[in-house]
Design a protein around this ligand. Structure first.
Ligand SMILES: NC(=O)c1ccc[n+]([C@@H]2O[C@H](COP(=O)([O-])OP(=O)(O)OC[C@H]3O[C@@H](n4cnc5c(N)ncnc54)[C@H](OP(=O)(O)O)[C@@H]3O)[C@@H](O)[C@H]2O)c1
Length: 285
């Protein structure tokens, strides 16, 4: 497992993380208290931790903070880097504090490593949210502040509103098929300013995981590296795009998580990266 520095924080975490967004039906059933904690989901996270993954991403919206709590409860707290998010209807100073306290309770922890604004608000000035988040850092309830789904202009604005701390990370859609970040300046900006980039949908919401060895450009490149699979190529490709990038594939199946944790048994060669880069301009398989 490769460990890389998380933004400017000076701490190192695993270069891939584990995502815990399952599906809208899961969210609704959790909200209606119809669903308990799924042991397979907990086992998936535990397997990832056992195989060296230290980053777990959740959100108040996902209804999976309790799943994370179950997975980490018997571990040293500082062996896991827990990232959660406040939803866009909880961004006033009063509501984000309440949301943070609720997430702490759900997670069964005294502090959140990374507290992220899930989506920007059209109603609450970002300065109000960030000022309260800085107070939460001062109080030791959160360690680092992150954003998610902020375009370049909003990211620059958020960075400029910080008074005591810095924006440690952002979280955006990024995979071989979806490379908007490369064209809109956000990737470059984050690299230049050492803002960590959590890449969500790293497997194109599962599409890339369905690629087969030997077929499609990704499957053919996987065949160049003994024992590797298209998912490994997809993760390696993302990691080759900057040392600030942290793909967070979904972790709900222990076997898949263990498989994903072996992404680093090889490194893509330059010509393979170029071939993968061209997929977007040509075949989408
Ligand atoms: N910030 C945001 O707004 C935002 C939005 C969406 C998602 N996210 C975060 O990003 C994470 C990842 O997004 P995602 O789950 O939608 O997409 P993803 O990770 O690109 O794809 C997930 C799909 O790939 C499958 N998969 C994973 N590893 C596999 C393997 N080794 N072999 C075969 N299939 C495999 C999963 O199935 P199994 O589950 O069966 O393994 C699932 O169907 C989320 O969990 C969440 O934490 C953030």
């Amino acid at each position: 497992m490769e460990y890389r520095e998380f933004g400017k924080t000076g701490i190192k975490i695993s270069s891939i993380g584990m995502g815990t967004y399952y599906d809208p039906a899961f969210i609704i059933s959790r909200k209606l208290h119809m669903k308990g904690i799924n042991r397979t989901n907990v086992e998936a996270l535990k397997s990832g931790l056992d195989h060296g993954i230290t980053l777990i991403d959740t959100a108040e919206l996902y209804g999976t903070e309790e799943v994370v709590r179950e997975a980490v409860k018997d571990r040293e707290r500082d062996s896991v880097f827990i990232a959660t998010k406040a939803f866009s209807n909880h961004l006033s100073s009063y509501k984000i504090r309440k949301a943070c306290l609720r997430s702490l309770k759900n997670l069964g922890t005294d502090y959140i490593d990374l507290y992220q604004i899930h989506f920007p608000s059209h109603f609450i000035p970002v300065k109000e949210t960030l000022t309260e988040m800085e107070k939460l850092v001062d109080e030791g309830k959160i360690r680092y502040i992150g954003i998610s789904n902020f375009n370049l202009a909003r990211t620059e604005d958020a960075v400029s509103k910080m008074k005591k701390y810095e924006i440690a990370s952002t979280q955006m859609r990024y995979n071989i098929y979806d490379r908007e970040l490369e064209n809109n300046g956000l990737l470059e900006y984050c690299k230049k300013n050492k803002i960590a980039m959590l890449a969500y949908y790293p497997l194109a919401h599962g599409k890339l995981a369905k690629s087969v060895n030997g077929e499609s450009p990704i499957g053919k490149i996987a065949d160049n590296h003994k024992g590797s699979k298209p998912v490994h190529v997809a993760l390696n490709w993302l990691l080759s795009k900057g040392d600030n990038i942290f793909p967070i594939p979904r972790a709900s199946n222990p076997e898949h998580v263990i498989e994903n944790s072996k992404y680093d048994s090889f490194k893509l060669k330059e010509d393979e990266i170029i071939a993968l880069d061209s997929i977007m301009n040509g075949t989408r398989k």
